[in-house]
Write a protein that binds this ligand. Structure first.
Ligand code: BTN
Length: 240
């Protein structure tokens, strides 16, 4: 793969890429991938567990100057739909759990951590980190309901082949930047977009239906009394 760097081990591919960028200029689409992270990061300060040499752990660099901060969620959507496209070749029922977890049935197959560096009202650079469980079969941390391609299909996979497909898809959808199609494709592939399900906000549980996801990433839920409510990430969670 051109424009890429393989590391045997690193703290976190996101952190490594951010640090490299402080020291030199790197081209758009540059990828760092590794076999092991000593400080893999998940969303909201969680860590990301991945057994050495078993999974895909990588980060891609973008310079999305054309995207305003208000609509930065489009980047999450691009990455999510690229993962759906590729992973659907390997298994059925791959869905995006809002905002950007990749689920198969009720289990998490991949996670995405996007870190932006801002300059005024513009996104100067974006580091998109992806952790995809490929060949791991035992998960030790308390991460909720992990799954891997191996666990789903009882088969091992060549990680590099999957990596290249994912990168190609992300860069392709990113360069086309057809926002309407991206948003529509994202919504079509959303987990539980087909009716009423239980959600939790704080200690309150309620039934609602996903109505929409706004360009800023807010989730719009229709409640049973037909009112609608908007939620930011972490303001509401699915009850699985
Ligand atoms: C999540 O919590 O769902 C996001 C997980 C993101 C993990 C990936 S692994 C490669 C990249 N480097 C990191 O430290 N995190 C991301």
């Amino acid at each position: 793969m051109k424009n890429s760097l393989y590391l045997n081990e690193t703290t976190s591919t996101n952190s490594f890429l951010r640090e490299s960028l402080r020291q030199k200029t790197l081209p758009e689409g540059f990828v760092v991938f590794t076999d092991f992270q000593t400080a893999g990061k998940g969303q909201t300060e969680n860590s990301w567990e991945s057994e050495k040499g078993k999974n895909l752990l990588f980060s891609i660099l973008l310079y999305p100057h054309q995207i305003s901060i208000e609509e930065q969620f489009i980047l999450s959507q691009i990455v999510s739909i690229a993962l759906i496209k590729v992973l659907s070749e390997y298994c059925e029922q791959v869905k995006i759990k809002w905002p950007n977890d990749i689920y198969v049935n009720d289990k998490k197959l991949a996670g995405i951590l996007i870190e932006n560096s801002l300059q005024g009202a513009q996104i100067k650079s974006t580091i998109i980190g992806i952790g995809l469980n490929v060949n791991q079969t035992d998960f030790k941390s308390d991460a909720p309901n992990p799954v891997s391609l191996r666990l789903l299909n009882n088969k091992s996979y060549n990680r590099k082949v999957i990596l290249e497909k994912i990168i190609d898809n992300i860069l392709h959808i990113y360069s086309e930047m057809d926002k309407d199609i991206i948003r529509e494709n994202y919504f079509t592939n959303l987990y539980r977009n087909d009716g009423f399900y239980a959600f939790r906000r704080g200690n309150k549980v309620f039934n609602a239906r996903i109505k929409n996801v706004l360009p800023n990433g807010k989730l719009i839920l229709s409640l049973e009394n037909e009112s609608t409510k908007a939620f930011y990430f972490k303001e509401v969670e699915f009850i699985i």
